[in-house]
Design a protein around this ligand. Sequence first.
Ligand code: NAD
Length: 398
Amino acid sequence: MIIEPRIRGFVCITAHPDGCAAKVASEIDYVRSNNMGADGPRKVLVIGASTGYGLSSRITAAFGYGAATLGIFFERPSVKGKPASPGWYNSVAFEKEAHKAGLYAKSINGDAFSDTIKDEAIKYIREDLGEVDLVIYSLASPRRTDPRNGETYRSVLKPIGKSYTNSNLDTDKGVVEPVEIEAASDEEVTSTIKVMGGEDWEWWMDALAQAGVLAQNAQTVAYSYIGPKLTWPIYTNGTIGNAKLDLERAARAIKDKHATPAFVSINKALVTQASSAIPVVPLYISMLFKLMKAKGNHEGCIEQIVRLFNDHLYSSNGPSLDDAGRIRVDDWEMDPAIQADIEKLWPQVNTDNLYQLTDYEGYQKDFLALFGFGLPGVDYSADVEPDRPIPSIPEELS
Ligand code: NAD
């Protein structure tokens, strides 16, 4: 079939297998072109491994250091001739390349919040790897079923206390207009912490420690975001920011319970499936990209993660931490000169000057690339088979 983008609001309901493979290949090439240090991860569990920051973490561990990787994700395979989700195609492409390079790579497609998937991961680690020395926690999910009480919680992206109004970009139509978001209820605040907070990360680490599959030198990292003051009401001081604070609590709890270094890394705002759903943020990202590209220090997920591994997790001095004990690879985004420009430009931006004042064009390109569209070297007019199974691992690597 010929697969074209079909955008519905802030998602694209189709994905292109060859385009996703081309994007994965370009991230692999980037990692290979970097001189990663000799010290690095050897056996890595990536929770949320199929797209965005988690996929780039898996690629960096595997192709930067030759690490074996076990990836967990929740993706949709192709059913009845319909394209699979991009994370599915990314993982097919990743595993093919990893196996070709002689690297152990296995994946589990299922709900990482469940006990079943935790048990399955531990079984694979025990049988195939013995232990893991790095655990990446990179989930972004709208809901979580707590396996201990059976209840399903939904996360919301809302301010706390009072409603919030700001300029918002309708990324589908290219229109800038004010949006008002009502304040979250107490229940919504609690539910968002349940979904996007640190409890599940802690439970993963408890399960791995109890099973005796954490290496002595193991460390773990989860990803978070802070961003500029203008998005604080909807992000940092909103429901999601509260959940991210809970991630920091969980990092301290993991360290205390298991003596395993546990870090929260504050990453840059980037176009991913998760961030495109947050009100106001896509307009900020478009403006940020314009300024950072002009300054020559724009990065995508893969550049961010290579820097995280090189300069922090596997640097000979260990990670440098801010006053609150967090790793900051958002440092270039938060550069006061960049942020001063954002504050100056923000009140001026409207639908008419969107392409002049922001990199909306770059935003759209990155958004389409998430789904495997617009990649160089891919023939989008060609007939492609949408059903691509995740390859089984060659015997000699398992
Ligand atoms: P993403 O949407 O690209 O990736 C989410 C991953 O989680 C996918 O692999 C998906 O399959 C997996 N997933 C979702 N629900 C799951 C479930 N129930 N079971 C198993 N896997 C599941 O998101 P992203 O933007 O890369 O976000 C990853 C982390 O990075 C999040 O914690 C996010 O807050 C953080 N972060 C993102 C940004 C940004 O701008 N995108 C910036 C800083 C930090």
